[in-house]
Write a protein that binds this ligand. Structure first.
Ligand SMILES: O=C(O)[C@@H](O)C(=O)CO
Ligand SMILES: [Mg+2]
Length: 253
């Protein structure tokens, strides 16, 4: 049976993060994940995770200055990128998070590639000290025009190049349906390097029971492939509340 993680960067954003964790638990999610939890004391997050028994699957490195979307592929910004990596890993270790998503940023070209590789080597080494995984995520060019990492092939090449056992692909079905499609075969092919899977309807990025992707098929197929980790519900609720749109979850709890 598929299991699900509530992405608290998009779900229950109307309340403090510890309360969002409790709401996810009450709704039947089996894990949570977040984007940028840094304004909340780690002890408060850890307490909510302990109270509910939910694991925190991951968090993101900070985006950087206004208008930026990550720092790790930006030439000349290694100090800031590595501070962001350290912050994510230390905060993640304090709350028992399994992974940190290292955000590349808006950049292109050889220097950006080399910078990203260098910062990812740093990140995988630091994360290994805490038993954590580093994730990289291709983003679609409608939501993130100019983002350095935009295809699964580019991510796979980087992962092969670095060859660290704790560097994995964040396969966001929403982004990759837009960029590449063929989700069923692509999930199968990339399974050896996938560290986390996220989903949302396409194109609206809402609940998964609408739009151009038939997620019951994707969820069942992943289950049949033996993928047992919780799948990340990273969507913007389209209705009155998160709870009002959770009909898609009920067959699984
Ligand atoms: O898909 C996304 O946008 C997120 O997973 C993320 O971490 C970058 O904003
Ligand atoms: Mg995502």
């Amino acid at each position: 049976m598929p299991r699900f993680s509530a992405n608290l960067g998009f779900l229950w954003t109307d309340r403090p993060l510890p309360d969002a964790i409790r709401a996810a638990h009450a709704a039947g999610f089996q894990a949570v994940e977040c984007h940028w939890p840094y304004d909340t004391p780690a002890a408060d997050v850890a307490a909510a995770l302990s109270d509910t028994g939910l694991p925190m699957l991951g968090l993101n490195t900070v985006r950087g200055n206004p208008g930026e979307n990550g720092l790790s592929a930006l030439p000349g910004r290694a100090d800031a990128a590595r501070a962001a990596i350290d912050q994510a890993i230390f905060y993640g270790a304090d709350i028992g998070a399994g992974a940190a998503h290292v955000m590349a940023g808006f950049a292109a070209g050889r220097a950006a590639h080399d910078t990203f590789i260098s910062n990812l080597r740093y990140a995988t080494d630091r994360a290994a000290e805490h038993g954590m995984t580093i994730l990289i995520e291709p983003l679609n060019p409608y939501d993130a025009p100019g983002y350095f990492l935009s295809t699964s092939a580019q991510a796979a090449d980087i992962i092969a190049d670095i060859a660290a056992p704790n560097l994995k692909l964040m396969f966001d079905c929403y982004h990759l349906q837009i960029v590449e499609g063929d989700l069923t075969r692509r999930l199968e092919a990339l399974m050896p390097i996938i560290g986390h899977i996220q989903f949302a309807s396409v194109p609206a990025r809402g609940e998964p029971d609408r739009g151009e992707v038939h997620y019951p098929h994707i969820f069942a197929h992943l289950d049949a492939l033996g993928y047992a980790a919780p799948l990340g519900a990273e969507y913007r609720p389209q209705g009155e509340s998160v709870e009002a749109g959770l009909g898609w979850l009920s067959p699984y709890i």
